[in-house]
Design a protein around this ligand. Structure first.
Ligand code: PLP
Length: 394
């Protein structure tokens, strides 16, 4: 006799991408200890927290040590001061008007991307390929049927709903995208919003990289007319303010978003109140500072630093006539491998010939085969050196 397990876990594809990358790099470095490897596969930020954020967190630590200002459990949906700062951020940056109750503060976009499936029943799921793996795996764990939407060179890795069988789907979109760096323009997103409204679908919009948008493209799906009636947005301070280790994000579920006569906002509120005990006060104080004038200014400088790295790489690929997406409004550069090499063949060539590590595109989905992801999160000096080395072999 034994308990029954969630056998849907058997359907997960073994996620060996980063462990395999790590293994190959280790083997190479052990055999060639004198070679300097440059890591352009990093998906984590490398620059430290900005001073206004550190100051705010330090002040919060002091408050926690005084009886008169000590705080216990935080509110499940976030302190009002942070929900207000988020509402202001949307108003000032995106001209999007939200209510404080639309905002749920959380400990990471990854958790919310994974957990949001809980408030939905057994709907068909639409996920672009290639993709940030969390959308896929969390739905497979829940036993949902996933339909892949092709993101390819032909559609510049920005698939549209054209030709997709009409049904009520949960649709995942990520813009600026990880791994491709591609960014939807207004019309591109509007096509998805119109499709969702027409078919009774709900869009889960991951805007974790919104702060990298340089042009006119929407940073928030709520900039698109009608989106409040069909979309949930998940955003994070990880890549904008360096919060990957601090952990703070938010999910926006407008109270206008109803499915039949039920409010998704109310369902998520219930879910969070039951299973989540909030984000630490100290972290929320840091997050508030990140969204105020001084914090935003500091983030802008950090992002400009990463973008300068990205430009070194995109300038090289443009010079060499190599197809790529991303790198402009994104820390990711998604390049076509040269000479028809597979993603892993190119990985091995880069590692062995010029000691550069990136991420094979095939690890993000079948359509990633023949592509390669580089990131701008390294140091300027390393990226400059990497570009010199790449110039020799591309
Ligand atoms: N969404 C995307 C598209 C990401 O690339 C990442 C992290 O790499 C996340 C979400 C995770 O964000 P967080 O650190 O807030 O969990």
């Amino acid at each position: 006799m034994s308990v029954k397990l969630n056998n849907h876990y058997d359907n997960l594809v073994k996620n060996y991408l980063f462990s395999e990358v790590g293994k190959r790099v280790r083997v190479y470095q052990e055999a060639n200890p004198d070679k300097k490897i440059i890591r352009l596969g990093i998906g984590d930020v490398t620059l430290p927290l900005a001073k206004p954020i550190v100051d705010a967190m330090q002040a919060a630590v002091i408050e926690m040590g005084e009886k008169s200002t000590f705080k216990g459990y935080p509110p499940e949906y976030g302190y009002d001061f942070l929900r207000k700062a988020i509402v202001d951020y949307y108003q000032n940056n995106d001209n999007v008007t939200l209510k404080m109750e639309d905002v749920f503060v959380s400990d990471g976009a990854k958790s919310d991307c994974g957990n949001i499936v809980e408030i939905f029943g057994d709907n068909p799921i639409l996920i672009p390929d290639p993709v940030y793996p969390v959308y896929m795996d969390s739905n497979i764990m829940a036993g949902r049927k996933v339909t892949l939407v092709n993101a390819t060179k032909e559609n510049l890795f920005l698939p549209s709903p054209e030709g997709i069988k009409e049904d009520s789907y949960i649709i995942y979109l990520c813009s600026p995208n990880n791994p491709t760096g591609a960014v939807y323009d207004y019309d591109g997103l509007k096509a998805w919003v119109d499709f969702a409204l027409k078919t009774g679908s709900v869009i889960i919009f991951d805007s974790a990289y919104e702060s990298y948008v340089d042009g006119e493209e929407p940073r928030s799906i709520f900039e698109v007319e009608g989106a409040k009636k069909c979309a949930i947005e998940i955003c994070s301070l990880s890549k904008s303010a360096g919060f990957t280790g601090v952990r703070c994000s938010w999910t926006i579920i407008p109270t206008e978003l109803m499915v039949e006569d039920k409010s998704l906002n109310a369902m998520w509120a219930r879910r969070q109140a039951t299973k989540f005990n909030g984000v630490p006060y100290i972290v929320q104080k840091g997050a508030e500072a990140a969204l105020k004038e001084e914090g935003l200014k500091a983030s802008k400088e950090t992002i400009a630093y990463y973008k300068r790295n990205a430009k070194l790489l995109t300038d090289l690929f443009t010079k060499k006539g190599i197809f790529f997406t991303g790198g402009i409004s994104s820390p990711y550069i998604w390049m076509k491998t040269p000479r028809g090499l597979s993603s892993w063949e190119f990985f091995d060539e880069l590692l062995n010939k010029v000691q550069i590590v990136g991420t094979p595109g095939s690890g993000f989905g079948a359509n990633g085969e023949g592509f390669f992801r580089l990131t701008a999160f390294g140091s300027y000096e390393d990226t400059l050196e990497a570009v010199k080395r790449l110039d020799e072999i591309l």
